[in-house]
Design a protein. Structure first.
Length: 234
């Protein structure tokens, strides 16, 4: 009876290849199959992060997980996209799935995990997330003592963003993209704009830190964040 392959989901960090953990590197270089996701017609960011660590003789599997779809529509597409990964696992080959940041923190690997983890032995390796990387790149302590820290996705309705922002000590607002203007206006409305710090592509070669009111709303990438550090100081 053929032994099934093992599924690995490894966090490759926010962009700097040196932020890959030793465990993730070991697993990456021992698996015969490496899978990674990208948007259609775009290169995979996750693969670019680890490209110098790839051995050159591994099978590579590219899959697409389109965003902003209704759950009913997305589910069938996700089932189809993960099928090649399942085929390698069924054939007895271990598969490493790369994920930017951390696999379980808004990570694309979660869609693979929920579809395959019941049938195949699975291990998930945490990664350095943008939530950790952005405040460090900005050079600002994020939280102290008993601070409440809130992570907010920018696509949330404006009224929900307001509710959460007024109830927290520190916040990180992710997935800005086309929602930047809405978020910026809310921050001015709440008197938080002076504390808000904008960064895009943290730790990557293309990293940029821009004053909030100088950001071009038409040029805000998906990999961007607004950090609102606590008002408390030691």
């Amino acid at each position: 009876m053929q032994t099934k392959g093992r599924l690995y989901g490894i966090g490759v960090g926010p962009g700097d290849p040196e932020l890959l953990t030793l465990k993730a590197l070991r697993i990456l270089q021992t698996a015969p199959v490496v899978a990674y996701q990208s948007a259609v017609d775009k290169d995979s960011i996750a693969r670019a992060i680890v490209s110098k660590y790839l051995l050159g003789n591994q099978i590579e599997v590219l899959f697409h997980l389109p965003r902003a779809l209704e759950p009913e529509t997305a589910s069938a597409i996700y089932d189809q996209e993960v099928a090649p990964i399942a085929e390698h696992l069924a054939a007895g080959r271990d598969v490493v799935v790369l994920c930017e940041g951390d696999p379980f923190f808004y990570g694309s690997f979660m869609y693979v995990y929920v579809r395959l983890c019941q049938e195949y032995e699975t291990e998930v390796v945490p990664g350095v997330s943008s939530l950790m990387a952005c405040p460090v790149a900005l050079g600002v302590p994020f939280t102290y003592y008993n601070d409440i820290m809130t992570v907010l996705p920018a696509p949330m309705p404006a009224e929900e963003l307001v509710t959460h922002l007024v109830a927290t000590d520190a916040a990180a607002i992710m997935k800005l993209g086309r929602h930047f203007t809405k978020v910026r206006d809310i921050l001015h409305q709440l008197g938080l704009a002076s504390r808000a710090l904008y960064i895009e592509r943290a730790t990557m070669a293309e990293q940029r830190i821009i004053p909030l009111d100088e950001v071009d709303p038409n040029q805000v990438p998906y990999f961007s964040m607004i950090v609102i550090p606590t008002k408390k100081r030691l």
